[in-house]
Design a protein around this ligand. Structure first.
Ligand code: MSP
Length: 509
């Protein structure tokens, strides 16, 4: 893969249920990263899709009395629709039930077999269908009353005894620890890295990677009785979707970033690099695990009936508001609470007061007083320099924050610029200047319009529609602008006439 390529992925979503705010969160974060990298001139590949095999899906189809294939086709469509609703710029949507994916999975299996990484034995132990994961005895708790057994996730486990192929995970313990050491950025945030490293240090058991008691999965090559463990099949999506085993997959491999929820870090940071190293394929460069959302302080769950439907939030508050809120409200990596009150606070303060007000008042004055006309700036005074140079100053910080998936810091930097611009409006009072010194007033306003355009460029990965809307008002478009324009002061179209602007964010009482 060349240095100018960038590959980011979401987890592929289980189709046993409809999409909710947790899926929207991961997808939006990846979209922002993809958009930023494109804006920065990288050849970007953004992948999302659906995870359609395994017992959990088979059971969900049965519950609806549907044919499993028809069920996954229908449910997968909901996730595909969500990519449109969220304005995602994914370049591909992978489904694990597609033939190319099955073939890629079987190809990897054959390599693992050839490399003597797989053996046949019998699995005896606990399995949670909801997590699609195996658990050791010491991870299981028992409810005293019902005697039911539970995994650390709170999901019930069942005892499984069946013939199974095993992957020799135990032999990868030291090699994984060595890999983490040599690649200190492999897992983020640090708290998760520590968790993974200590788990691996405690020792790894060989991993059961096939099942025989149901059939909804990818067939194991040369042994039709077995289907591949759903997580092995699922992880391989990151390769199958970019053309593996054809050499063309190398255009985007190793992936730069897999963004996942904290619940599935173990699969991505332990099993996945072990499978890849065993198959002699380079592991991805980074895995970042984000936190979980609660709803008004309560765990989100179907049984509590408090699942947040992103479609409803978007209908009520708008898509860009949701995108902004999810990334601003909590540092990426931490858990967050979704509450109407904090959402409204963000709309009223950050969006309507700070951003909306700046755009509105500056464009209104230009429209009313300068005949809507922008001009070349004639003189930059010392007192202008702070604001004039500010975008350039925050550019590096923003790039670095993106590299570390610190979206809240990206937003903080942009809002510092917005606040500088608002301060500049107050200090220079262009409405007064217009009466005394029209030329200076013109310069002040043109500087402000230039800064607003740069704010819109900075904002475009996070709030693409808002950004396009602001830029259109000043005769520009995100389609023609890149991050390079942050260091360029001559891209304003001075023949464009600014029309009377409408309010971009309504306050909510
Ligand atoms: N199919 C697996 C992933 C396979 S990737 C090779 C899976 N799917 S999932 O649909 O259950 O979850 C997808 C993502 O949604 C996970 O990263 C999970 O953390 C995230 N979320 C589900 N509920 C969530 C919240 N309440 N809050 C934030 N994200 C959560 O796991």
């Amino acid at each position: 893969m060349d240095d100018n390529s960038f590959f980011v992925t979401t987890p592929i979503y289980y189709v046993n249920d409809s999409p909710h705010i947790g899926h929207a969160y991961t997808s939006i974060a990846c979209d922002v990263i993809a958009r930023f990298n494109r804006l920065n001139g990288k050849k970007t590949m953004f992948l999302t899709g659906t995870d359609e095999h395994g017992l959990k899906i088979e059971q969900a189809a049965k519950k609806k009395a549907m044919n499993t294939k028809e069920f996954v086709d229908e449910m997968s469509l909901d996730f595909k629709k969500l990519t449109k609703t969220l304005n995602l710029t994914n370049d591909f949507f992978v489904r694990t039930t597609e033939n190319f994916h099955k073939k890629a999975s079987q190809h990897i299996w054959k390599i693992l077999k050839k490399n003597d990484e797989i053996y046949l034995d019998k699995y005896k132990g606990w399995y949670s269908v909801s997590d699609e994961a195996y658990f050791n005895d010491d991870e299981i708790t028992t409810d005293k009353k019902t005697k039911k057994k539970f995994a650390p996730s709170g999901n019930e486990v069942q005892w499984v005894e069946e013939e199974s192929y095993f992957f020799k995970l135990s032999k990868w313990q030291d090699k994984l620890l060595d890999f983490y050491k040599k690649n200190p950025n492999f897992i983020g945030p640090d708290s998760r890295k520590n968790e993974v490293v200590s788990f691996v240090k405690n020792g790894l058991n060989d991993l059961s990677i096939s099942r025989t008691t149901f059939s909804w999965g990818v067939e194991v090559p040369d042994d039709k009785k077995h289907i591949m463990y759903v997580w092995l099949d699922a992880l391989i999506n990151y390769l199958s979707a970019i053309g593996y085993p054809d050499k063309k997959y190398k255009e985007f491999w190793p992936a730069n970033l897999h963004i996942v929820g904290k619940d599935i870090i173990r699969f991505h940071a332990i099993y996945w690099p072990a499978f890849l190293l065993a198959a002699e394929i380079e592991p991805p460069k980074r895995i970042f695990a984000h936190g979980w959302w609660t709803n008004e302080g309560k765990k989100i769950s179907k049984s509590l009936g408090n699942v947040i439907d992103p479609n409803e939030i978007i209908k009520k508050y708008g898509l860009d508001t949701l995108r902004f809120f999810l990334l601003k409200e909590v540092p990426f990596g931490n858990d967050g609470d979704f509450s109407k009150e904090s959402l409204q606070r963000r709309i009223n303060n950050d969006l309507a007061n700070d951003l909306g007000n700046l755009v509105q008042r500056v464009l209104t004055i230009v429209n009313k007083n300068l005949n809507g006309q922008l001009n070349k700036i004639k003189e930059i005074r010392d007192s202008d320099k702070k604001l004039y140079e500010y975008p350039k100053e925050i550019l590096k910080t923003i790039e670095l924050s993106y590299e570390n998936q610190e979206f809240h810091k990206v937003i903080e930097s942009i809002w510092k610029l917005i606040s500088e611009a608002n301060k500049y409006v107050d200090e220079n009072a262009p409405w007064k200047l217009l009466k005394k010194d029209k030329e200076r007033a013109g310069d002040v306003l043109n500087i402000l319009v230039l800064i607003i355009a740069k704010i819109a460029i900075f904002l475009s990965p996070i709030m693409p529609n808002t950004s396009e809307n602001i830029l259109n008002k000043i005769g520009l478009s995100t389609k023609k602008l890149t991050m390079k324009h942050i260091n360029n002061n001559s891209f304003l179209n001075t023949t464009f006439k600014i029309k009377k602007p409408e309010i971009i964010f309504q306050k909510i009482e």
